[in-house]
Write a new protein. Sequence first.
Length: 289
Amino acid sequence: MSDYCELSKLTKIYPTPKGPAVIVKDFDLNIKKGEFVTLIGHSGCGKSTVLSMLAGLNDITAGGIILAGRELDGAGPDRGVVFQSPSLLPWMTAFENVMLGVKQVFFTATAEERRQIVEYYLTVVGLGDAMHKRPAELSQGMRQRVGIARAFALSPKMLLLDEPFGMLDSLTRYELQQVLIELWRKNKITALMVTHDVDEALFLSDRIVCMTDGPEAEVGDILEVHFPRPRERKAVMEHPDYYKLREHLIEFLEVHAHRKTQPIAPVPNPPPAGGRSLRSVEDALLNPA
């Protein structure tokens, strides 16, 4: 597969009273058509900054982005975005919120064709019986389902997801990860997702891009994920490589993310008996002393 999306020397600098703040510097990443790539890193490292520049919602200081052979300049319907909070218009129903974008993109379609598109995607994400409810009548998970349906309904060239499940409880998050991966499998839309969740990244991705800490964040490591598709959570977690890859990601976040010039070891073998457990590493990472 050829490269479909190319991020070249992407740099973002903000002016501050103390001088320029370089958030991301010389960020390079090529994504193939139909690939699902995840950006992972510590909070504040610049993951969402990269995604927002790709979405056209944040100006690029230096470098450039090419999508499907065209250099990007600003936002457009060729990129569907799912945010952590779906930001639905409260006076509109779920159906009307999705229809808003569909009308803009499929303006030559008939009213009946547009209605079928909206109803199809809302039904696929599990809202067939709730599509005419307003956001206040929906749970947080249901509102996020609307956000996912809205993005896919536009038939974008690329799907951008900014920690879409970060505000959800574990059970709802697992359910929506499965909804997302099934929709993605059917549509094969090139996708880039930002997350801080190691297990989420492993379950969804073809490749995981690890970012170094800011300032001047950059690509620190890229991990290939070869679990068979279609994926089922139990089978993924029982795969012989799962904990090797998981340990590799946690080690990067705990050690290598802070050291831009430090070489990164290949995916390690499972830790020896009596060694530090994955849970203790994760606890130390999430709850530093």
